[in-house]
Design a binder for this molecule. Structure first.
Ligand code: HEM
Length: 143
């Protein structure tokens, strides 16, 4: 059940993150005035990504995979690509990605000029997008 929620919530995260990155980059290039639409998309992206982290922690600690830490130990997990992916790389890289979203959001709020706000969002949210895309288990998602 939690796995299904985590899987579907990923669509929401990617959907809003893609819109936010597209808007931030295009408004930077077109030198647009900062507008409430950008603020809304940036905020919704922040919220849905934080909710995904909460769901993810529930999934992580309740999944059978987590027991592999006790059965196999760190060295075996690191040596096995599938376990390394789900137990180490996917969680750590995605947490870093959400930190980028959080820092980008709060920095852009503090910026005074429209150009600075868009540039900050474009940079931090793009890095987050690349990180998330780099650690999605594409062999099983979307299915
Ligand atoms: C924005 C952040 C994240 C996104 C977009 C994301 C996305 C995904 C996707 C698309 C899957 C594949 C689901 C499927 O098989 O249908 C998955 C699996 C998984 N994720 Fe995440 N994830 C994120 C963060 C995290 C974090 C932070 C953790 C751990 C703390 C985590 C733990 C897991 C685990 C354990 C699975 C494998 C479930 C299983 O097959 O048993 N995820 N994630």
């Amino acid at each position: 059940m939690i796995k299904i929620i985590h899987s579907y919530w990923a669509y929401l995260v990617l959907f809003f993150l893609l819109i936010a990155v597209y808007r931030a980059i295009s408004c930077t290039i077109l030198k647009k005035e900062y507008n409430p639409k950008m603020f809304r998309v940036a905020l919704i992206t922040l919220i849905v990504s934080h909710i995904q982290i909460l769901i993810a922690f529930l999934l992580y600690f309740t999944s059978n995979r987590f027991l592999l830490w006790f059965d196999l130990g760190l060295v075996e997990i690191i040596k096995t690509p599938i376990h390394r992916m789900y137990l180490v790389e996917h969680p750590i890289i995605n947490i870093i990605a959400v930190i980028f979203i959080t820092v980008g959001y709060s920095k852009h709020k503090k910026n005074r000029l429209s150009a600075q706000k868009y540039k900050t969002l474009a940079l931090y949210y793009s890095v987050a997008l690349v990180l998330i895309l780099s650690r999605i288990p594409w062999s099983v998602w979307p299915n």
